[in-house]
Design a protein around this ligand. Structure first.
Ligand code: HEM
Length: 401
């Protein structure tokens, strides 16, 4: 469940808002390919009604991080610090997204590179509201996620007061932005955890196509798409409070048991997901984008998409319409003590209400998903992602001013 179609290859060169609109649309055939310097120049504006980094195709690189407010001043004092930090972070993110030159005193990691479709997305953890005396303004659904069967959650790499997602089509650009934000936070907030992820690089395939995850599956096909009926309501919050137009991000580090997975013959791998590995077509027939027919049966009378296939168990139709916008990245961080790869998926999913999106689906997946034998959820976070900031404003302003 990486982000949707690797349309980023297409998007480079597209400037600004158009990208947001096109975000998850299926890539047009016959375009893309060579990207050259256009990849460096591509910009996604920081300001707008939605934060950047939600609707745009996932970039080739991501840095995910969470920060905790520094101990010391509680209540109003820390609220002042938070306000100042978010103002500074927003201004910096906007400047970097425009590709404006960094001050020469800066670390210069991204010197020579363009913005490379940099996006910076900010989210607030439940703990932030208590620490700043704003408990009564905490969004209703920002409660800790429940424990799921088979969870193996490392709390030190979970949660956090502030969440930051930095995407870019260049690894140096993404890391640079993280370092700049981290240095600006000094004295106000400290880094709690950080994870680096990646996806397909624009231009790597002869034409833009849906990306693959580290299990080799075509991943992102059946993501909800802007413009589809009910998309806005399912992904963004309504109402008129400070959080109207925001969304909730569920972040899970999911390790893949790749040695076990790769020992499974391809036809069995396909039955675990319910789609063909070569091209992502559902086992009920057709091509990648053909609607899945969960009632279809094979010549032997058995369900074409098995009862425990991931796409059957996760489908909105099996979960009272539950939907989320998945925008994940792969990670690969060396080997574990037992020699197995520490690699998998940095699952990021946006939804208007986690209790109607991630939670019911994960409850069901944890019980009955054939894929669960090959994965471990190792960290977890839920963050309220405020609406975007208008030009001159900062993310979270309606809460803090
Ligand atoms: C679909 C892989 C975890 C929710 C898919 C597909 C693949 C996939 C290959 C089919 C293509 C597509 O439509 O995107 C994985 C892997 C996971 C994982 C490798 C873990 C490492 C999760 C989790 C959730 C989830 C934790 C949510 C709790 C979904 C949903 C769909 C989907 C909603 C679309 C189902 C449909 O409507 O057809 N996933 N997934 N997945 N996945 Fe996952």
């Amino acid at each position: 469940l990486l982000g949707s179609a690797g349309a980023a290859g297409l998007a480079v060169g597209a400037v600004g808002g158009a990208l947001g609109q096109q975000a998850l649309a299926a890539p047009a055939a016959g375009t893309g390919g060579s990207t050259g310097a256009a990849l460096g120049r591509a910009t996604i504006p920081f300001h707008g009604p939605r934060q950047a980094g939600i609707l745009q195709p996932a970039q080739a690189r991501v840095q995910l991080a969470a920060f905790d407010l520094a101990d010391g001043a509680g209540g109003t004092g820390s609220r002042d610090g938070l306000r100042k930090l978010l103002r500074q972070w927003s201004a910096t993110a906007a400047r970097l997204a425009r590709g404006e030159d960094a001050p020469s005193a800066e670390n210069q990691i991204a010197r020579d590179a363009g913005p490379c479709s940099l996006t910076v997305t900010f989210g607030f953890g439940a703990s932030l509201f208590d620490k700043t005396g704003l408990t009564d303004r905490r969004p209703a659904a920002l409660a800790p996620l429940p424990d799921f069967p088979e969870d193996a959650i490392d709390r030190a790499r979970s949660d956090g007061d502030l969440w930051v997602q930095i995407g870019a089509d260049d690894a140096l650009v993404a890391f640079h932005a993280l370092r700049v934000l981290q240095r600006q936070a000094a004295g106000t907030a400290t880094l709690r955890w950080q994870m680096a992820g990646f996806g397909r690089t624009p231009g790597a395939t002869p034409h833009p196509m849906t990306g693959r995850n580290l299990m080799g599956q075509v991943d992102g096909t059946n993501n909800p798409k802007p413009g589809q009926d009910g998309f806005e309501e399912k992904i963004f919050t309504g109402g008129d409070g400070w959080f109207a137009g925001g969304t909730y991000a569920v972040v899970r580090r999911i390790r893949m048991l790749l040695d076990n997975w790769e020992n499974l013959p391809t036809d069995r791998q396909e039955r675990v997901i319910g789609r063909r590995k070569s091209d992502g077509a559902p086992l009920s027939g057709g091509t990648e984008t053909t609607a899945v027919d969960l009632t279809a049966r094979g010549a032997d009378g058995a369900l074409a998409v098995p009862a425990d296939a991931h796409i059957r168990v996760a489908a909105p139709g099996s979960n009272g319409g539950a939907a989320m916008l998945r925008r994940g990245f792969s990670y690969a961080d060396g080997v574990l003590a037992d020699g197995s790869p520490d690699a998998g998926l940095l699952f990021v999913a946006f939804q208007a209400d986690p209790m109607k999106g991630f939670v019911p689906v994960q409850r069901k997946l944890a019980r009955g998903d054939g894929l669960s034998r090959f994965i471990r959820h190792e960290s977890s976070g839920l963050y309220a992602v405020p609406p975007g900031a208008p030009e001159g404003g900062y993310v979270g302003q309606a809460l803090l001013d």
